[in-house]
Design a protein around this ligand. Structure first.
Ligand SMILES: [Zn+2]
Length: 180
């Protein structure tokens, strides 16, 4: 989605309006993009941030049915609302080297990676600004949270405690996707 936005395609410009406000991009637009990316034979992939609505999940079921590539697991990273606001509101991205930094967790340093390509140029994603973050969380509760029950009923849900160290979170994700 962010690639389409960066390229300034019609679809990208349409999607950007919703994303900047912290709103969900309409199902038909998102589903169309995913359909283009999922190809026969490619059954080793991880979808991050999709599906975000029940309608998207149903469309995904249909697409994966056609590809004969059923879902192995659905990861739900549990993080409190308070902690989410803290993380999102402090995030800054460098236009030059594309890395993301955080006011508290990963303060910006100018190193060889930046120097090689030029000056660092930090900006805050519009949907990471405080008012958009609040809206994103409200939209999540209304539209995305129902997916937890949707996938739990099928025995696919793997709950990950997202408030541990990065290494612990990574370890839990790795064992959830490999089944170990
Ligand atoms: Zn940089």
């Amino acid at each position: 989605m962010r690639e389409a936005v960066a390229q300034g395609t019609d679809l990208g410009r349409e999607a950007k309006r919703y994303m900047d406000a912290g709103d969900l991009v309409p199902d038909a637009v998102v589903i169309g993009m995913i359909r283009e990316r999922l190809s026969p034979g490619a059954d080793n992939f991880l979808l991050d941030g999709f599906p975000r609505t029940i309608a998207q999940a149903q469309a995904l079921d249909q697409m994966l049915g056609e590809l004969d590539a059923p879902l192995d697991a659905v990861l739900a990273l549990d993080v409190s609302r308070e902690e989410l606001v803290r993380r999102l509101a402090g995030r800054w991205i460098c236009r030059t080297c594309s890395r993301s930094w955080h006011e508290v967790f990963a303060p910006h340093v100018r190193d060889d990676a930046c120097v090689a390509v030029g000056e660092c140029d930090l900006y805050q994603r519009p949907d990471d600004r405080a008012d958009a973050v609040e809206n994103r969380l409200t939209v999540y509760a209304e539209s995305t949270e129902p997916l937890i029950a949707y996938y739990a009923e099928r025995g696919l849900l793997r709950a990950i405690n997202g408030e541990q160290s990065q290494e612990q979170v990574y370890g839990q994700i790795a064992s959830a996707v490999t089944g170990n």
